[in-house]
Design a protein around this ligand. Structure first.
Ligand SMILES: *Cc1c(COP(=O)(O)O)cnc(C)c1O
Length: 384
């Protein structure tokens, strides 16, 4: 198997799996219990929290564990609006992940005003429109750090300057950037930031929201006293332990890993551009997460390419996993101005820690043949 869909999810790092297995065998205590077997688990959760704080340059008390990156995004938006009842406006981008997009659509139905910032052909948000959209009713700006489909990195530092000048809070969805580019809450200047364990070789079903000290927010889930009363429910202990270990590995050897992954991605990009005619690269030429490569193969259906690759054991995606299976074309590719038939011809290759040079060589051997064959049977129109 050649797995090139690391933006959808990543395989579990073996040392993370080992830590989780050892943990679940030995520890069943409730972290809220006051006797030793509970205290021990609480201690281990706090160690994991410390690791996650360190990897994004935050302090431990600013991290709240959630059930997913999606929950962290929901929590940021709804929690801030609830905490500021006098404000009823949110500004976001038109290329957010469904975790933000659907939450915003829900909020609109509830009567809130949402501005969806346009992006240019590379997927970068328009800062002038952003500035003009801010009113004294704006509670929050939420713009993703990098896009999951095309990898474009947003100018979060610049957005932060505007937000600070106007006195508006700023959230970023950094689920796709942790471990891939520098994610530091102070350098970015954000008030809230979402991350997810299964995108960094950790387990599924656990995420976190960074909440800058002093920022007012209301809980999304009510119940017990867990997570400083901000996220009730007995902790996903095994998930949190795995998340902490995954974060530790990123902090300790992420940089070295990254260099290798980026080299492989460059090799794949160059190979596709050199060996396959009529392809269009989607995303920013420089301001991008290098391990994400989105290409339109003009004249074809992305799904046909995906299925043909899958028969060779090569796994890729036609866009966001969450929109797969739906007939609609990607809202991200539409937002950067692709015509529907071009958008539908797109494939996302996302590389990760476990890819090898051999993987890329195999793809570069199989893909041109697949594309040529599919174009032959689809009576590809050369005029396109
Ligand atoms: C995967 C992803 C999410 C959702 O995280 P889950 O933990 O799968 O809920 C949110 N935002 C982006 C950009 C993602 O890529």
């Amino acid at each position: 198997m050649i797995y090139l869909d690391n933006n959808a999810t990543t395989p579990l790092e073996p040392s993370v799996a080992e830590k989780m297995i050892n943990f679940i065998r030995e520890h069943f205590g409730n972290p809220s219990s006051l006797y030793p077997i509970g205290r021990k688990v609480k201690e281990m959760i706090e160690e994991a929290r410390e690791e996650i704080a360190k990897v994004i340059g935050a302090s431990k008390n600013e991290i709240i564990f959630t059930g997913s990156g999606t929950e962290a995004d929901n929590f940021a938006l709804r929690g801030i609006l609830d905490a500021y009842p006098n404000k009823n406006e949110i500004i976001t981008s038109s290329i957010e992940h469904p975790a933000i997009m659907s939450t915003c659509q829900y909020l609109e139905k509830k009567g809130y005003k949402v501005t969806y910032l346009p992006v240019d052909e590379y997927g970068v948000v328009d800062l002038n429109v952003l500035e003009d959209s801010i009113t004294d009713k704006t509670a929050l700006i939420s713009v993703m750090h990098a896009n999951n489909e095309i990898g474009t990195i947003q100018p979060i530092e610049e957005i932060s300057k505007i937000a600070k000048r106007k006195g508006v809070l700023l959230h970023t969805d950094a689920v796709q950037t942790l471990g891939k580019i520098d994610v530091n809450v102070d350098k970015l200047g954000v008030d809230l930031l979402s991350i997810s364990a299964h995108k960094i070789y950790g387990p599924k079903g656990v995420g976190a929201l960074y909440i800058r000290k002093g920022v007012k927010i209301c809980p999304l889930i009510h119940g017990g006293h867990q997570e400083r009363l901000l996220r009730a429910g007995t902790e996903n202990t095994i998930g949190i332990i795995g998340f902490g270990e995954a974060a530790r590995i990123i902090r300790e050897k992420g940089k070295k890993d990254l260099k290798r992954i980026e080299k492989l991605a460059d090799m794949l990009k160059e190979g596709i551009e050199k060996n396959i005619p009529k392809v269009k690269f989607n995303g920013h030429p420089e301001k991008r997460v290098k391990s994400t490569l989105n290409f339109s193969f003009i004249g074809l259906e992305g799904e046909a390419i995906l299925l043909a690759l899958a028969t060779k054991g090569i796994y890729v995606s036609t866009g966001s996993a969450c929109s797969e299976g739906s007939e609609e074309t990607s809202h991200v590719l539409s937002a950067i101005g692709l015509r529907p038939e071009i958008a539908r011809s797109s494939i996302r290759f996302s590389l990760g820690r476990f890819n090898t040079e051999e993987d890329i060589k195999t793809v570069l051997k199989e893909l041109p043949e697949i594309i040529a064959k599919l174009r032959e049977i689809s009576s590809f129109d050369d005029e396109l």
